[in-house]
Design a protein around this ligand. Structure first.
Ligand code: F1X
Ligand code: MN
Length: 431
């Protein structure tokens, strides 16, 4: 049985059950905030979601969205296209459609349940889990913040080699931070409790493709032009999960800006709760506020600095509805031309996580030796790099024989989250 099939059969209904339970447990809060209207909204949302779980479990056709959000038309058009592509005119159902599509669809339907019930329309059904991992990872967060502040204060005029060594560490911490998503464990504890910097050396052998030096070169190219005004790169960081992973990304963003490798870092998150643990604007702001408010000196110093970066515009947060559509990224130029144009202005785009990798590669059954550039199928807004731990059945850009060797030793190497890639692509100069 495939990993995709098992996800749809087992993992997605478990996630739905948890969502139903969360909404139910918040009944009193809804009552306090909105009176009877809040309780009615709770009831309607739960009945909607129970129906959804039943549709999934009995392999019913997927239904068009019935809400009136900014992305509803785009979703329904996409679904119609999928239907038109079905041979024999069978309706697209939960088990008879691409995994990437139904998984995204389920998260959008959960949001439909919330949006159709305006009194609870801004309730985040995954907030509790995200908050919990953040608190459970406090030790690792403090450690990381301390390390960052120490590196930054000790680095008066560092040489290139020192800078590169630190860069590698922060890049790898952000990479392994992706181990901590909540959807793979269906919301089970996945918090980070040990020192993230110390574990790096022992994790190195699990990085199957490591293009870190090319990422470094991309940043250094922009350093070269000191006499011109443009010093330092514009980096776009396409975020994945909240909790510990987000902290690792903020720490990386802080390092890049503080040492002058980047002049600007633009964080991109999701516009509604997504894949259990993904970052929304609220999570982003909440995380920075929590970090600022910490009793731990170095941690709160980081929070204060991050707030300042945002205020000064050195950092900024962005979201776009495209990130919560089921489209592969090669569709971006046609389906989200504004976002593609925006990303073309970047000097380096870092894509965090597994889902972004699936969308970069179209989640196809590629041969493992297919070059990353080919799997991107024309998606080439700017130099880009995927920082991803492997949690789904797709991996490209390996040396001949490597994939086969891994399969023979560890059949679930693509889904057990033990392995990772730092995979870089640079568009040719003249496109
Ligand atoms: O993108 P992330 O957070 O690294 O991982 C999310 C993810 O692993 O969870 C799903 C399982 O439900 C996978 O399909 C998906 O790719
Ligand atoms: Mn995620």
């Amino acid at each position: 049985m495939s990993f995709a099939y098992l996800t749809v059969r087992d993992r997605l209904p478990t996630i739905l059950t948890k969502v139903i339970d969360t909404i139910h447990r918040n009944k009193n809060n809804f009552f306090e905030e909105h009176g009877e209207e809040g309780v009615n909204a709770e009831k309607r949302a739960i009945s909607f979601l129970s129906k959804l779980r039943n549709e999934l479990q009995t392999d019913k056709p997927v239904l068009p969205l019935s809400d009136d959000a900014e992305d509803t038309v785009a979703w329904n058009e996409y679904m119609q296209r999928q239907q038109d592509m079905m041979e024999d005119r069978q309706p697209v159902s939960w088990f008879k459609s691409p995994w990437l599509y139904v998984e995204c669809y389920m998260y959008r339907r959960i949001q439909e349940a919330v949006w159709l019930n305006p009194p609870i329309g801004d309730f985040d059904v995954f907030k509790e889990g995200k908050t919990q991992t953040f608190f459970e990872s406090q030790q690792a967060i403090m450690f990381l913040c301390t390390h960052l502040r120490e590196v930054l204060t000790s680095m008066d005029n560092p040489n290139e080699k020192q800078l590169f060594d630190h860069f590698l560490k922060f890049l790898q911490v952000s990479l392994w931070g992706n181990k901590c998503d909540l959807s793979i464990s269906a919301g089970q504890d996945n918090s980070q409790k040990i020192s993230p910097i110390e574990s790096l050396a022992s994790l190195q052998r699990f990085i199957l493709v490591d293009d870190s030096d090319q990422v470094w070169s991309a940043l250094m190219t922009l350093q070269g032009s000191r006499e011109t005004e443009k010093r330092g790169a514009r980096v776009d960081l396409i975020l994945d999960n909240a909790g510990f992973e987000l902290i690792t990304d903020l720490v990386l963003g802080d390092f890049l800006v503080s040492v002058g490798l980047a002049k600007e870092v633009r964080f991109h998150g999701k516009s509604f709760p997504w894949f259990v643990s993904d970052v929304t604007k609220k999570d982003f702001d909440w995380t920075i506020r929590q970090t600022m408010a910490s009793n731990h000196k170095q941690m709160s110093a980081c929070g204060v600095q991050w707030k300042r970066f945002l205020k000064e515009g050195v950092w900024s947060y962005h979201d776009h509805r495209f990130w919560t559509l089921p489209h592969e990224f090669c569709d971006m130029p046609t389906d989200a031309a504004d976002l593609y144009t925006d990303l073309q202005g970047s000097d380096l785009i870092l894509f965090k996580g597994d889902l972004n990798y699936r969308k970069l590669t179209g989640d196809r059954d590629w041969e493992h030796t297919v070059p990353f550039a080919r799997a991107l199928r024309g998606f080439r807004p700017a130099p880009l790099c995927s920082l991803r731990t492997l949690k789904a059945n797709v991996q490209v850009g390996l040396q001949p024989g490597h994939g086969e060797m891994l399969t023979s030793q560890e059949p679930d190497w693509m889904t057990n989250g033990k392995y990772a890639v730092v995979q870089f692509f640079c568009p040719p100069r003249e496109q």
